[in-house]
Design a protein around this ligand. Structure first.
Ligand SMILES: NC(=O)c1ccc[n+]([C@@H]2O[C@H](COP(=O)([O-])OP(=O)(O)OC[C@H]3O[C@@H](n4cnc5c(N)ncnc54)[C@H](OP(=O)(O)O)[C@@H]3O)[C@@H](O)[C@H]2O)c1
Length: 446
């Protein structure tokens, strides 16, 4: 040991990426962009946690006086600069910009300026990260700063951090689960017989659903999260606009009764599966076997199941939305950047998307009952080579508006869609048949 030199740790901590001179004594300064549901919860969590070495320095929002006089402002230290001018943040000594405004513009422009000014960014903005995340990551690296977005998928459930830090050593071939709490609230309430319209109205009154619920119920919100997860877990870069979505708004209470008979429930499922250079991806209401973990989440809960070649299935679950759960993820990201923890990065490849899955399907018809209907349906299915597995008809419905169900053996999505298009033209059909994929228990990831 004669040649070993005794070394001691320097008293100063290494700089934050992009930070010129940070000492152990100098706190890491945080600027919040957006003081809404999540932004105000971040201020509350920071105030309650009293984290050493982290200081809220700026809050930016439009019409700032309104925010400054709100109840939420009570948690904000008096030293904080409130501003409605983004340049005040840009030209400040803030080290980390926390973007909680949402939307693509001006968020993207301001993130780019923040990087150029040597500031790292934490964001919960799923649309921005789904569409522009890869390019923004490259730009952040070019400026030697970080872009971290743990809250952009599943709110308070640390699925991004868990996958990056805990599962990067596996080869994940499938991600699936429940990525939209609003849809899960609506569908799990409908299990008890409530109508879609009534539950949606409740969800809006409780603040779970927007006045225009389309981003949630039509699948666009979950699709953005699925694309982020595909990038993180499978290194597959997908164009969100190419991922097929199906609305949950055509699911009716009667579908839950028929699903129960099939030992299933109905959930909005987001799934992406790697298949060579292709990714099979879809966001849609699906029949989920009751014994699948995906059927277990109720209310606004989120659940993600990853399937790895070596490690098998891993399940993440918890509160996927809400100010405080999401703020926990944001503050954890702030701490990670402040403490310079290095996130795992793997090369990402652009992948083509297909909406094709080989699966059994659930078809629900509402017909004006007359002889020959089942023969017509069987004929349309036979024409595309799909086989009927079962036929279910509950009593108690009027014959002039009769809902009944046919399930098929596994067939391709495009095959069943062709048959549905033909069946929709039958005279007896009072509405377009509802066609849902049925997850099989073999699809353990679901
Ligand atoms: N809420 C959740 O549960 C949740 C969960 C996960 C991720 N996220 C993500 O977190 C982000 C914030 O969501 P949130 O629910 O907190 O939204 P929010 O309540 O609407 O808050 C956004 C805030 O940003 C301000 N803002 C928006 N655009 C602005 C602009 N161009 N200039 C200045 N101020 C602007 C808004 O001001 P006004 O009050 O004037 O509109 C509002 O105070 C979004 O990206 C969202 O997708 C939210």
């Amino acid at each position: 040991m004669a040649n070993q030199r005794k070394t001691s740790r320097p008293k100063t901590t290494p700089s934050l990426p992009g930070r010129k001179s940070a000492t152990a004594a100098a706190p890491v300064r945080i600027a919040l962009l957006g003081f809404g549901t999540v932004g105000s919860a971040v201020a509350r969590v920071l105030a309650a946690a009293k984290l050493p070495g982290v200081e809220l320095s700026h809050i930016f929002n439009r019409n700032i006086a309104r925010k400054r006089s709100s109840d939420a402002a009570k948690h904000v230290p008096g030293s904080v600069v409130w501003t409605e001018n983004f340049d005040d943040v840009l030209n400040s000594r803030a080290d980390i910009v926390v973007e909680l405004m949402g939307g693509l513009d001006p968020a993207e422009r301001w993130l780019r300026k923040s990087f150029a000014a040597g500031k790292s960014v934490v964001t919960a903005n799923k649309q921005l990260i789904a569409y522009r995340g890869a390019a923004l990551k490259r730009l952040a690296a070019k400026h030697n700063v970080q872009l971290v977005h743990g809250a952009a998928v599943a709110g308070g459930v640390p699925v991004i951090a868990g996958v990056l830090q805990g599962l990067s050593g596996d080869q994940i071939t499938r991600v699936s689960g429940i990525l939209n709490g609003t849809c899960n609230y609506i569908l799990s309430r409908m299990e008890t017989g409530a109508s879609y319209a009534a539950v949606l109205a409740d969800a809006q009154a409780l603040g779970y659903a927007e006045a225009d619920p389309s981003a949630d119920v039509d699948g666009f919100d979950a699709r953005a999260k699925l694309c982020i997860l595909s990038r993180i877990a499978m290194q597959a870069e997908l164009d969100p606009d190419t991922v097929a979505t199906q609305t949950i708004s055509s699911v009716e209470a009667v579908d839950f009764a028929y699903a129960r008979e099939l030992k299933c429930t109905i959930r909005q499922v987001s799934r992406a599966q790697l298949d060579g250079r292709l990714v099979h991806a879809r966001v849609a209401p699906m029949l989920v076997p009751l014994e699948s973990p995906i059927a277990w989440s109720h209310g606004t809960q989120n659940m993600v199941v990853t399937t790895g070649r070596f490690g098998g299935d891993v399940v993440f679950s918890g509160h996927g939305a809400g100010g405080e759960p999401t703020a926990v993820a944001v503050v954890s990201d702030i701490l990670a950047v402040a403490q310079r923890s290095v996130a795992v990065e793997l090369p990402v490849r652009r992948r083509q998307v297909t909406g094709e899955f080989l699966a059994p399907h659930y078809l629900r018809f509402v017909v004006d009952d007359k002889p020959g209907i089942v023969a017509g349906i069987a004929g349309a299915l036979a024409k595309v080579g799909a086989n009927i597995d079962s036929l279910l008809q509950h009593t108690g419905h009027p014959k002039h508006r009769l809902p009944f169900v046919v399930t098929t053996e596994p067939c391709l999505t495009s095959t069943i869609e062709k048959a549905v298009a033909a069946m929709a033209k039958m005279d007896c059909m009072l509405e377009r048949p509802l066609c849902l994929q049925i997850l099989t228990i073999d699809d353990k990831g679901e």
